[in-house]
Design a protein around this ligand. Sequence first.
Ligand SMILES: Cc1cc2nc3c(=O)[nH]c(=O)nc-3n(C[C@H](O)[C@H](O)[C@H](O)COP(=O)(O)OP(=O)(O)OC[C@H]3O[C@@H](n4cnc5c(N)ncnc54)[C@H](O)[C@@H]3O)c2cc1C
Length: 333
Amino acid sequence: MISEKIYPVCVIGGGSAGTMAVLRTVLNNDECLFFPGSPKHKKKSRALWVRKVENVPAHFNYKKGIEEPNAETLKWIDSSEFKNKLINKKNKGVIGVRKEGEIFHLTDTDGTSYLARFIILCTGVMDVQPEIQGSIETVFDYANAQTIDYCLICDGHHVLNKKTAVIGHDTGAAWISIMLHERYDPPALSIITNGQKSSFDADTTKLLDAYGIQVHESTVTEIIGEEKGKILKGFVLEDGVTINTDIAFVSMGMIVYNELAKQLNAELDVRGFVKTDVNGESSVPGLFVAGDLRANMRKQIYTAWDSAVSAAITINQKLRVSKRESYLKALSK
Ligand SMILES: Cc1cc2nc3c(=O)[nH]c(=O)nc-3n(C[C@H](O)[C@H](O)[C@H](O)COP(=O)(O)OP(=O)(O)OC[C@H]3O[C@@H](n4cnc5c(N)ncnc54)[C@H](O)[C@@H]3O)c2cc1C
């Protein structure tokens, strides 16, 4: 099925960036076609995995720190004067996109096609999980209880006065542990590479030694904990060593959801994030990117919001200029 209507703005992704992009677009009085993602997309998104948010004012009391305020925002739009500006394709994602002339042609997860003048792509990223006992599911209870964390800026403060382990093997993981030491000086701090060879450069290794951060390269055979992950006690390694720890941080890189940007041949950086200008416009004119997917951004809720606002405002300016020019042209005839 093809709808011939050309929507001025299409927002793809319903996490922090997508919700802010929708809010700003409708408040700008621009019609917004919105694909928050299919249940499968949502399950793989960071938005779903975030529990308690402590680094964003007034978010402390949500049990699901991104999902709940986002749902409230969409509900508010639905009750506002701007409700007709939002075309919310609930539970639908986008699987295909191409550009013909100035218009984007989109296909959703049901195979329905749509046309849009501008896109704000907010499909995000996901953290790589460690495999323990042959599965990534062994860490889920701990991740839900936040005894295993992923984001240094969001949750680094959890290590204060706690024995800490960082799971990862590259220089990024080493620097997470160095920063945790320098900021919070936890009573014990080690790196567990879970069977991978560590690949730290010489200066980093020197600093790890100076701070007494031990590196264990043996594979984790068991996580010791209680109360469905609420209490973490440590990790048993294949070489017989047990690392006693109260909290762990995973730093193993990110899976970048850049499939749609790739379909449009947008320029990516070496890690797969989409390069943009300061307003969030990619190398493909009309394709804007916000949130974790955008290159050179802190991966945070408030940066996702800021990048989404930049994109929506820039698009609104372009739409207004185009309407203004048509209006003045018609007047001069
Ligand atoms: C465990 C954890 C805890 C965190 N805690 C904090 C915190 O306390 N404070 C903080 O500031 N940051 C925190 N972060 C970071 C924060 O989650 C991200 O910065 C934020 O979610 C980025 O928003 P986003 O919209 O770019 O991506 P996401 O929130 O991941 O949203 C991506 C959206 O894209 C959708 N999607 C994907 N593919 C498609 C598709 N093809 N079509 C349609 N939709 C699609 C998904 O359904 C989802 O709605 C945390 C991250 C993790 C992993």
